[in-house]
Design a protein around this ligand. Structure first.
Ligand SMILES: [Zn+2]
Length: 246
């Protein structure tokens, strides 16, 4: 198994370019680096796309980013093949920032939805234009009401930050996780909490994704549709823009 990839996106979601060294190139054209700002597909958020720039200025397109092992320590940068770098080569990593920033805004909007709709989440998928979150809930909420509650949190411009806690700390103090609908992963030792509000007074929940740093940066979003998926399941679709523009 290859050495772990240093996952720079976890500490700084705004790192759009960074320098890294090639560790290995797999037979299928996947590039392994010593560190990366490319988010790897996980937790409902798709991996980054972009390109890797060689010293001579040529670009290697990255079509997707995934984990290479179940413990999520090695990251594979997928390419379409073609010219590939050599192990040891230094590259400049450019993520498709426009796409990633939309994903960060959308992912954060999903957190805000889970705050105003505090039911167990059964599935979620973050997209550039639309995201969906499935809740285990029997009643049908009003999408205009849910939209206005989300937009209130956006306009209040709460800070968003991460905090790492130990599993033992959480067991002793279960109130550290405010979202009752997300169960923290077990057996990893430490848990990354995404907190919203001063002193996490709006929300805190385990999450490894990338988020914006203030709720105001989410911008206008609305609930486009709420579908019934089975007797006790509702699928919410979040879209960019104001509700009346849909
Ligand atoms: Zn998240």
């Amino acid at each position: 198994m290859a050495d772990p990839t240093e996952q720079l996106f976890a500490a700084d979601a705004y790192l759009s370019t960074v320098e890294a060294n090639v560790v290995a190139v797999d037979g299928d054209g996947a590039i392994l680096l010593d560190r990366t700002n490319f988010y790897a597909t996980s937790g409902g958020q798709p991996g980054d796309t972009g390109f890797l720039e060689r010293a001579d200025g040529t670009q290697i397109a990255v079509t997707g980013t995934v984990y290479g092992d179940p413990s999520k320590s090695v990251i594979r940068h997928l390419t379409g093949g073609g010219v590939l770098p050599e192990p040891g080569e230094k590259l400049i990593l450019h993520i498709d920032w426009e796409r990633r920033h939309k994903l960060m805004r959308m992912h954060t909007a999903c957190h805000l939805l889970s705050v105003v709709c505090p039911f167990p989440i059964t599935g979620a998928s973050v997209g550039e234009e639309e995201s969906r979150v499935d809740f285990d809930m029997a009643d049908a909420p009003d999408k205009a009401e849910i939209t206005s509650q989300i937009m209130r949190l956006v306009s209040e411009n709460h800070p968003i930050f991460t905090r790492t806690i130990q599993e033992s700390e959480l067991e002793a103090n279960p109130g550290l996780v405010k979202s009752k609908n997300v169960r923290p992963p077990r057996g990893t030792g430490s848990i990354r909490l995404v907190c919203i509000g001063d002193d996490a007074n709006v929300d805190s929940q385990p999450c490894g994704g990338t988020h914006v740093t203030e709720t105001g940066e989410v911008g206008p979003v609305h609930i486009g549709k709420i579908e019934k998926k089975g007797r006790e399941n509702r699928r919410f679709r979040i879209r960019f823009g104001a509700l009346d523009s849909s």
